[in-house]
Design a protein around this ligand. Sequence first.
Ligand code: 5RP
Length: 223
Amino acid sequence: MTQDELKAQVGQAALQYVVAGEVVGVGTGSTVNHFIAALAIMKDRIAGAVSSSNASTTRLQALGIKVFDANEVGDVAVYIDGADEIDSRGFMIKGGGAALTREKIVAAQCRRFVCIADESKLVDVLGRFAVPVEVIPMATQRLVRQFAALGGSARVRLKDGQPLVTDNGQHILDVSGLAIADPIGFETEVNQWPGVVTVGVFAHQKASVCLLGTADGIRTLVY
Ligand code: 5RP
């Protein structure tokens, strides 16, 4: 199976976690796009969605699914999202699609995080994928130096030759060269650095379940 077929498989399987009659939290990315497409079949059985990006909102609305502002709803039962890496404890790196801040906000509002990913995303130690960090632009160069002091190499993410601007009007640093043995400690520390909006290590908002698409079928990892 191709990587995209594995993503489609877990996107479809995630439907079993959607609670009828309730609002569902929806992430961002190519795996989630498969989930959104599958969700069309349930659209009359859910109250709507809370979305983590303008891109996902556009897809949901195109299917006729009502998208609520996060402030309009209380606790949400389940959040479905992909990951760039996930380890054996359910800790993740996210933000490859630049949506990490809203993803973390929606994840924090949801009781259960169901990660959907193809098997290439499962790692022993987080950090082979460069960690995305959303930053306030005026802090960029100081933060580059702070990551260098940790052994990381941070680069501003570009789009069409210019710094990519997130849905929140900020920039992304991609930090390579880190091996994150203590994801909770790392997330907690980097969160304290002035100018950091969101660090793409999801340890405090880790996965509850991961549906991992493999050549032999879906593996369900429960954390
Ligand atoms: C977007 C994300 C995505 O979940 C992550 O990048 C995985 O993407 P894909 O499903 O396309 O592999 O964090 O900000």
